[in-house]
Ligand binder design. Structure first.
Ligand code: PMV
Length: 313
């Protein structure tokens, strides 16, 4: 067993197709340059997990064998230990990074993958990719119930991927004609992914024809987006971001904060903007080939959090 093990995983943005992906349409997601890193060190009081960047005083989870009332993070930690075949190992894990939790930037998937990677390193047998994907899925379901699988897949494999929920899921790399410059901004969420997905499912069940038409529209925008990404056609990509956002608004998953961030980004020079992830607040992405700092400043000036990043092929 190694004495100090490490692991890491990036966050992600969904460029096209969130929510519709749950209903069988394709989506495109990409890894971003912010993520989580993990270090594991021997600790006789383990297993313990520290996440100094989350929560006001940092987040600290100690697993007790007889502890029944686990919260989601503790249950996910427990699921990761089980997936690694480790029963109450004497280890302290610190997960750290600049990925805000719970806003749609893949924090739970990055949590799962960074944690599994560090545990794989700690036990002296890194997870092969297929086992890592399967284990990350198990940890993700603790947070999200029945996620489409998009998040942990892109966070594990990196790059830019087209994903379609099938059995097994269909995965294709999306070639990029040029790097995609984005501003990512976020606000606190009003609901969580599980609730937002469930609410949309109920709406769809009440009005299947109407919602299936919206999901088909999102699917078409996603396929057009893959074309624009391949050609490096940022003007068209911006139009498609706006279209995708309009559909998500029609699905009822946008919020006042999402609308404000999207409008501000467009007004300050973004070629297009959309919410990313489940919505209900949380993150938006704006396409900013020129002066991303102007968009970042406008969003921060309005009380939101924001940074610029680039999606590479
Ligand atoms: O949890 P988030 O905000 O990254 O959103 C996940 C994307 C959804 O399509 C809304 C749900 C899913 O499982 O794909």
């Amino acid at each position: 067993m190694a004495s100090a093990a490490t692991g890491a995983a990036p966050g992600k943005v969904i460029l096209f197709g969130e929510h519709a992906v749950v209903h069988g349409r394709p989506a495109v997601a990409a890894a971003i340059g912010r993520g989580l890193g993990a270090v594991a060190e021997p600790d006789p009081n383990g297993p313990v997990l520290h996440i100094p960047a989350w929560g006001r005083a940092g987040l600290h989870v100690k697993l007790h064998k007889d502890h029944k009332e686990f919260d989601a993070i503790a249950r996910a930690f427990d699921a990761a230990l089980k997936a690694a075949g480790l029963d109450a190992p004497p280890v302290a894990i610190t997960l750290d990074g600049e990925l805000p939790p719970g806003v749609g930037l893949g924090s739970s998937a990055a949590f799962a993958v960074a944690l599994l990677r560090v545990l794989g390193d700690f036990r002296g047998r890194p997870f092969p990719e297929d086992e890592l994907l399967a284990a990350a899925w198990q940890v993700e379901t603790v947070f999200h119930g029945t996620p489409s699988g998009l998040d942990h897949t892109v966070v594990t494999l990196g790059g830019c991927l087209r994903f379609q929920r099938q059995d097994p899921p269909r995965l294709d790399r999306v070639p990029l004609g040029r790097a995609v410059p984005l501003v990512v901004a976020w606000a606190p969420r009003e609901g969580n992914t599980r609730e937002l997905v469930a609410r949309l499912r109920e709406r769809r069940e009440a009005h299947p024809a109407l919602y299936d038409r919206l999901f088909d529209g999102i699917g078409e925008v996603t396929e057009a987006g893959i074309g624009a990404l391949g050609e490096g056609d940022l003007e068209t990509l911006g139009v498609l971001f706006d279209l995708n956002h309009g559909y998500l608004n029609a699905c009822g998953v946008s919020s006042l904060a999402n609308e404000q961030m999207v409008s501000l980004a467009r007004r300050h020079g973004a070629l297009g903007a959309k919410l990313t992830g489940a919505g209900g607040g949380g993150a938006v992405i704006a396409l900013t080939p020129e002066d991303p700092q102007r968009v970042v400043d406008a969003l921060i000036g309005a009380g939101f959090r924001a940074f610029s990043t680039t999606i590479e092929g």
